[in-house]
Design a protein. Sequence first.
Length: 296
Amino acid sequence: MARLMSRMTVKTFYLLILLVLLALVSDAGGQTLSNGLGSAGEVSPGQPTLLTDPAAYIDEAATPERLSGTLEILLLMTVLSLAPAILVMTTCFTRIVVVLALLRQAMATQQLPPAQVITGLALFMSLAVMAPTWSRINADAIQPYVNPDEGKEPITFDEAWGRARTHMRHFMITQIENTGNSEDVYMFMEFNSPSWAVQEKIREGTLLWEDVTMTALVPAFITSELKQAFIMGFYIYLPFLIIDMVIASILMSMGMMMLPPILISLPFKLLLFVLVDGWHLVVGSLLQSFTNNPPI
């Protein structure tokens, strides 16, 4: 009876919230529209708002007085739509999420941990690794552009973008050098650079990082991260593969060939992973595989 009363109380509470929201919406619909609508004028309560001439509002948004705000909104929407791709392509997220996915496959736990847990863990680990780089970008590029020091003029957008790009390039170049995958940079620069001088440096093997464009550095960084993730996944697979082979040999010697070895080996994999503190080892190895020193 008490449980039924609690359910009725919750439903009553939700109903009251819904009624309050409906009242607020009806009050907002009955208010006078702001003057930003131009010739729309006032609207009486309860009547729908009709745009008599939508083209007039579009033309008004294109006027010099409103063009700045329109472009800012367009730029903001573009950045928000590209944010997931930027996160994947220019940070350590790729390596982390691939290694964690390979760990789940090696343990043969099917959908455990769930994909949401793996993605969330990879996201917060990426935030921890990228925090120094983003802090330097905020101090050197964003703050001088948005909130400059007293007595100083704000830097231009091009200068702010150049400073932020320098720090991102430094992070990606450092990871490529540490993993020894510089040949990917040569491969992409060979197809990306139309300059004869740069092509000559590529053939001679004297290419400098200053000559590498972002369109070549970003895909080279992604392939480097994938290679390193697969190497780490190989080392993670080895102990679990040995357990599968031992369990399969024991089952065959006992004549139990119809019993799936994966079903029997799963508890032993979990036991081994817990005994060696596997999550600490995997996460710690991933974090230590990145170098995030400030540029000289």
